[in-house]
Design a protein around this ligand. Structure first.
Ligand code: NAP
Length: 284
């Protein structure tokens, strides 16, 4: 058994398979999720359950967060039963959610004041990569704290890199997700254009997937479009969040503006579906 006691907060599409990697790697993991019913699967695998973030941090040394957005982070740190409601000196808190660089800088400074460390460590990759420990993890924050938690992160990722101080991991992640959004919009527009000109979706995707711009994303999302399967691996509402976070720190290009408009229009109807459901919006 690995001796570091890990606390895990956030059991969504990504949090469940990521926490599972740590249990499989023989770490003692205590989990907390706002909706308690999602904790059962982890309990069956051997995880302990904490009633609140406050209880969780008291029992653990390295605390990992994988939740939706800045509002969730605010709640988990500053809520009445939150991480900041108890003594946290000596703890390392690793926030793997995609959030704003601003909230990471704020929480890193507050943690330092309380004798703890905060790292932002967002991930590139989706549920499939989470299930196989093949994520790419980009980290901002204190170097010594990073070296301490790196072996833990390596259980979830094939690449774990520290880029600089607090918030820098989030900036890198927002840059990557901006390209993801532009690419998704481009793929959707290409399929719709080809269909309008009489080309079948299957035929177009077959050509694309065997041609010079073939890639894993087009293959996976192409299969989803053909099967009309929009079950969320990465919910459309989350890419809207990420484009808005990128906009807030200066992404304002013509392509980014148009893409944000399309995704915002799509999110009211398709927000809980996978991001490739944007094709339904593009079709009109
Ligand atoms: P998800 O399935 O929507 O899960 C969100 C998690 O956050 C749930 O555990 C939810 O709790 C919790 N949460 C939300 N608001 C909360 C609050 N106010 N207080 C406490 N907990 C709260 O999201 P996901 O797909 O796992 O993504 C998690 C993060 O990773 C997001 O920042 C996302 O952008 C990023 N990300 C996702 C992917 C992907 O492919 N899915 C890939 C890379 C990065 P409940 O269960 O109670 O709702």
């Amino acid at each position: 058994m690995n001796t570091t006691k890990i606390g895990w907060i956030g059991l969504g599409n990504m949090g469940i398979p990521m926490a599972e990697q740590l249990i499989k790697a023989d770490y003692a993991v205590t989990v907390y999720n706002r909706s308690k019913e999602k904790e059962a699967a982890l309990k069956e695998m051997g995880a302990l359950i904490a009633e609140t973030p406050k209880n969780l941090i008291s029992q653990t040394e390295v605390i990992i967060l994988m939740v939706s957005d800045d509002a969730a982070i605010e709640q988990i740190f500053n809520g009445p039963e939150g991480l900041f409601s108890v003594e946290i000196s000596g703890k390392i808190i690793v926030n793997m959610s995609t959030v704003s660089p601003a909230i990471s800088k704020e929480m890193a400074a507050l943690c330092k004041e309380k004798g703890a460390e905060y790292l932002d460590a967002p991930v590139s990759g989706s549920v499939k990569q989470a299930e196989t420990g093949q994520l790419v993890i980009m980290v901002g924050g204190d170097e010594a704290a990073f070296e301490q938690v790196k072996p833990i992160l390596e259980k979830m990722g094939k690449m774990v890199v520290r880029l600089g101080d607090a918030g820098v991991g989030n900036v890198a992640k927002l840059a990557i997700n901006s390209l993801l959004a532009l690419y998704t919009q481009g793929l959707a527009e290409t399929v719709v254009f080809a269909n309008q000109q009489g080309i079948k979706t299957e035929d177009l995707l077959n050509l694309l997937n065997n041609g010079a711009i073939a890639n894993v994303f087009t293959k996976i999302k192409g299969d989803a479009i053909i099967a009309d399967n929009y079950k969320p691996a990465f919910a459309l509402k989350h890419i809207v969040k990420d484009l808005n976070l990128a906009k807030a720190i200066g992404l304002n290009s013509p392509l980014a503006k148009t893409t944000l408009q399309t995704f915002e229009a799509a999110t009211t109807r398709y927000g809980e579906e996978d991001l490739i459901a944007v094709i339904k919006q593009v079709k009109g």
